[in-house]
Design a protein around this ligand. Structure first.
Ligand SMILES: C[S@@+](CC[C@H](N)C(=O)[O-])C[C@H]1O[C@@H](n2cnc3c(N)ncnc32)[C@H](O)[C@@H]1O
Length: 192
């Protein structure tokens, strides 16, 4: 088992234990929040996606609507990561997870509505949408980074898909801003 896999196994074990405890309490890993619904991405598939991208090519990863911090912690194995989540309890649970996993240096959390935050400085954004995310999309016009959207249910209107990843039944699509995609296409055409 490589170094990265060992760290992944620790994070996966931590969250598995947490989800088993939530199951025993009767609810499971789901909750309504002030701005939507929390459910967690699947850790093994997300780790696999991050390895194949590879996520380490990005300088700053931000999970928009980071739930209990699972994805931000996984991303912290590859690059600096930040989770933004509106639900205070989920934020507290994320901070606790990062502390227990020794990831506070790489992974931070902000408790806020992400639509009020300046996340355009990130070069990689992640969203596991529980509803269409058109307001977010409108904020990404001309942004030069890559948006990773987990799950097939809410495709954006204007962002351009540049890569599709699938692992079992889980899917991740990489999107870029349309103006940037045109710029890349033009560059390709004018190459000698
Ligand atoms: C489906 S969960 C995904 C959690 C996490 N990203 C993951 O993949 O495991 C969506 C989360 O986004 C949060 N959320 C939705 N809209 C938000 C907003 N505008 N600002 C901050 N959090 C938001 C919800 O509270 C919920 O916890």
């Amino acid at each position: 088992m490589g170094h990265g896999e060992e760290h992944f196994a620790r994070i996966a074990r931590y969250y598995q234990k947490r989800y088993s405890a939530l199951e025993q309490e009767g609810g499971g890993p789901y909750r309504f929040t002030a701005l939507g619904a929390w459910a967690a991405s699947m850790a093994p598939q997300v780790f696999h996606f991050f390895q194949s991208i590879p996520l380490s090519r990005f300088k700053l990863f931000v999970d928009l609507g980071s739930g209990d911090g699972l994805v931000a912690c996984l991303a912290g194995l590859f690059t600096r990561s930040v989770g933004i989540e509106v639900d205070e309890r989920l934020c507290r649970e994320s901070l606790r997870a990062a502390r227990c996993l020794g990831m506070q240096q790489r992974t931070q959390f902000i408790c806020a509505d992400y639509l009020t935050q300046n996340f355009r400085q990130a070069d990689c954004l992640y969203v596991y949408p529980d509803k269409p995310f058109y307001a977010l999309e409108a904020m990404l016009d001309g942004w030069e980074g890559t948006l990773l959207a987990y799950g097939p249910h809410f495709p954006p209107k204007t962002l351009v898909p540049v890569q599709r990843l699938q692992s079992g039944t889980e899917r991740l699509v990489l999107y870029r801003s349309p103006s940037l995609t045109h710029a890349i296409a033009r560059t390709t055409v004018t190459e000698p």
